[in-house]
Write a protein that binds this ligand. Structure first.
Ligand SMILES: [Zn+2]
Length: 109
């Protein structure tokens, strides 16, 4: 597996992290950004689209501050999820990862 240059981890810009008000939240935001730095662009988008819908989760604007991902991109990810990701080909999504082969298994009944 070839690894590209070390991904840049976004530094959270939310008020809590800037002021150091809550170490626990700051740690969580850092881990979010660490995680996001390992995803492909589309995976990042979908992940944020997903968590943006979770009850009690930060607003798009707040998520954008935390992750450095544009609000528009988060919205786009949400829309793609709502549409079932149908228009996206597996090949394009998988190009960057190079991990496991696509799961052939479908959920069985
Ligand atoms: Zn933060």
């Amino acid at each position: 597996m070839t690894r590209e240059a070390k991904p840049v981890i976004h530094q959270c810009e939310c008020d809590i992290c800037r002021t150091g008000a809550d170490a626990e939240i700051a740690r969580h935001h850092h881990q979010m950004n660490l995680f996001l730095s390992r995803l492909s662009e589309s995976q990042r988008r979908w992940h944020l689209g997903l968590i943006s819908q979770k009850p009690g989760s930060p607003s798009d604007r707040e998520l954008s501050k935390i992750t450095g991902v544009d609000e528009k991109t988060i919205r786009k990810g949400r829309h793609e999820l709502e549409a079932g990701l149908v228009e996206l080909s597996y090949d394009r999504q998988r190009r960057e990862g190079g991990g496991r082969p696509p799961a052939e298994k479908k959920t069985r009944r």
